[in-house]
Design a protein around this ligand. Structure first.
Ligand SMILES: Nc1ncnc2c1ncn2[C@@H]1O[C@H](COP(=O)(O)OP(=O)(O)OP(=O)(O)O)[C@@H](O)[C@H]1O
Ligand SMILES: [Mg+2]
Length: 292
């Protein structure tokens, strides 16, 4: 029978004390690794390289904004994180596990709203809850009502998408994603069709809700100001093929009430820098086209 010992197996009692353990490396919540996506273009019977060699980490609770010109692959990368598009090369990991399809940990606000035309506003938003298997449904009315209030659609509960403006449809899409309370929110220009005033109110509200709930967000925008106001970091994409040009931290205090933050020297400096990066990419793209 083995005798009890006062030391762990494999060590000796008079061995040197073990060195202090290194802190475990922090695993990013989202990790996009060496991602390339090619689409088949049936019209020309060829392949189009939409994004090439994208590497991107997003940490738990982080708000990452993605900025870039039209067609540079922002939606493609987001859809790959959502599990709706499969990588041609590379992979996406969530919490260290490879993404193979959509899951309840991720909700998407689509660029083209993607509402169900035969459902009312309430039922479209409720769809966000229906996509969460195993969730308690008893209090869905209260949850949907909260989401409607948040996006300012009170009074339109029973309207159909065809009866709403583009900006209102976009807000239904936003409410549908928020009501699902996912760990990760993937937002593809969620305020693109909203008027300037509503946009400002919703930005502030989004920042408040998201910082209060600690959600992890990937937020696509064409607006440099929006990228800075909302982001903890800004990933700038370039085109032909789509790729990450730079990832910049936004070291500005929160909450960032828009007027206040835009006057800060740090904001102006960052905006000028981002302009420069985007213009440089546009110039090299036009040289590429002219030279081809
Ligand atoms: N399903 C598809 N089939 C073929 N090509 C596609 C498909 N989806 C996107 N593309 C092409 O891939 C490239 C990147 O498209 P993507 O929609 O990711 O760009 P984006 O950065 O989101 O643009 P925007 O800012 O205009 O929304 C474009 O050249 C587009 O034409
Ligand atoms: Mg897009």
């Amino acid at each position: 029978m083995p005798m009890p010992t006062d030391h762990r197996p494999g060590t000796t009692p008079d061995a040197e004390p073990a060195a202090p353990l290194e802190p475990a490396p922090v695993v990013p919540l989202i990790s996009v690794r060496d991602l390339s996506v090619e689409y088949r273009v049936s019209r020309t019977n060829s392949w189009l390289m939409a994004v090439a060699d994208v590497n991107l980490d997003v940490h738990e609770g982080e708000f990452l904004t993605v900025l870039g010109s039209s067609g540079c692959g922002k939606t493609t990368v987001m859809n790959t994180i959502a599990g709706l598009v499969q990588p041609t090369e590379g992979e996406v990991l969530i919490d260290g596990r490879r993404v193979t399809g959509p899951g309840p940990d991720r909700a998407v606000v689509f660029q083209d709203y993607a509402l169900l035309p035969w459902r009312t506003v309430v039922d479209n938003i409720r769809f966000g809850l229906e996509m969460q298997p195993g969730r308690r449904r008893a209090d869905w009315r209260a949850q949907v009502a909260d989401a409607i209030r948040l996006v300012g659609l009170d009074g339109f509960e029973d309207s159909y998408p065809r009866e709403l403006s583009g900006g209102m449809q976009q807000r239904v899409g936003l409410a549908r994603a928020l009501v699902a309370e996912p760990r990760i929110l993937l937002m593809d220009e969620p305020l693109g069709a909203v008027d300037a005033l509503t946009r400002e109110v919703m930005r502030a509200e989004l920042e408040r809700v998201i910082t209060a709930t600690g959600k992890t967000v990937v937020f696509i925008t064409h607006s440099i100001d929006e990228a800075i106001v909302l982001g903890d970091r800004v990933a700038v994409f370039g085109a032909h093929p789509g790729r990450v040009l730079e990832i910049l931290p936004v070291d500005l205090p929160r909450p960032r009430s828009e007027q206040g933050v835009m006057a800060q020297p740090g904001f102006v400096e960052l905006r000028d820098h981002l302009w420069g990066v985007l213009q440089g990419d546009a110039r090299s793209a036009s040289r590429g086209v002219a030279g081809s």
